[in-house]
Design a protein around this ligand. Structure first.
Ligand code: SAM
Length: 289
């Protein structure tokens, strides 16, 4: 292997006219890279979600540089200014409150705008809560779905919950502590209590916890306990085999209930087939077994 590749970068950083998306810690301040510190120290300007938070990092590492507030409330005013500065040759770092800018924070908007102006973007990678939770969950992690925060609108939310319930891949979700119980209940209703899940709380911090074996366990854990701190949820996908067993038992029960309620076998099968996205004949024939 060519070691020079590992030790050097294409040019001395930061370069003029480049937007740097700089990953910062999600709790433990020691999780910042030397490269990130060099960028924060030497760019023309650091645009950050919360200047007090970023100052904390800068102070810990004895860095002083010009800070500018850049968040979802002022991004429409600040983006044109950042684009103008970059075109004039300044180097700018974007730092979010925690983790990777662009993952569920305004870093996404600035990256899109800057790219559309033909300006180069370079990412200085750092911690990300989704990846940290995923790899420490012990659940399949090489192929996964990241949903960020679920939508608030009920119809959109139900659509995603249904997708999660059928997904064969691991799903990662962000949630606020205030809404965790509601989300667990919704997951229970859509995926069943025995679906494997890990609720990762306060990752990289002093009181880091990885809670649950399955949805039922996690619900029980938080039933009596105040939910505080930052939360990321990792849900195992379904395995085809298990899904078949789960569906067969549940579907047979649903079928019986619908027929008891007065629907014909054909109508009940049609309804359940549509609801579960499977062939009508599979359900129709189930009644005969
Ligand atoms: N850009 C960030 C990243 O790369 O992870 C995420 C920003 S998003 C606005 C904040 C959400 O990330 C939190 O509400 C929580 O769901 C998750 N999160 C951030 N830090 C976390 C931590 N230390 N432990 C668990 N989840 C965390």
């Amino acid at each position: 292997m060519n070691n020079n590749y590992l030790l050097s970068h294409r040019k001395e950083e930061p370069e003029n006219g480049i937007l740097y998306l700089v990953g910062t810690p999600i709790g433990n301040l020691n999780d910042i890279s030397q490269r990130a510190l060099n960028i924060l120290k030497n760019v023309s300007l650091v645009a950050c979600e919360d200047t007090r938070r970023t100052k904390k990092i800068m102070n810990k590492f004895d860095i002083s540089n010009k800070l500018m507030s850049f968040n979802k409330h002022n991004s429409s005013i600040k983006i044109p200014k950042i684009v103008k500065d970059l075109k004039e040759g300044k180097s700018i770092a974007i730092v979010s409150d925690a983790g990777m800018p662009g993952i569920c924070d305004p870093g996404e908007d600035i990256a899109r705008s800057v790219k559309s102006e033909g300006i180069d973007i370079i990412c200085v990678p750092g911690a990300c809560a989704a990846i940290t939770a995923l790899v420490s969950s012990g659940l399949p992690s090489s192929s996964f779905v990241f949903e960020g925060f679920l939508p608030k609108k009920q119809i959109d939310r139900e659509k995603i919950l249904l997708e999660i319930s059928k997904n064969e891949k691991t799903t990662v979700i962000y949630e606020s502590p205030k809404r965790l119980r509601k989300l667990l209940k919704e997951l229970f209703e859509s995926c069943g209590g025995d679906r494997e899940i890990i609720v990762a709380r306060e990752l990289t911090k002093r009181f880091e916890e990885h809670i649950g074996k399955n949805i039922y366990d996690a619900m029980n854990f938080f039933r009596e306990r105040e939910v505080i701190g930052e939360i990321t949820i990792v849900i195992k996908g379904i395995s085809k085999e298990r899904d078949f067993v789960f569906n067969k038992t549940d579907l047979r029960k649903d079928l019986k209930e619908l027929i008891k309620a007065g629907l014909s076998l054909s109508a009940a099968s049609k309804y359940l087939a549509k609801k579960n996205g499977i062939k009508k004949s599979l359900i129709y024939n189930m009644n005969k077994i």
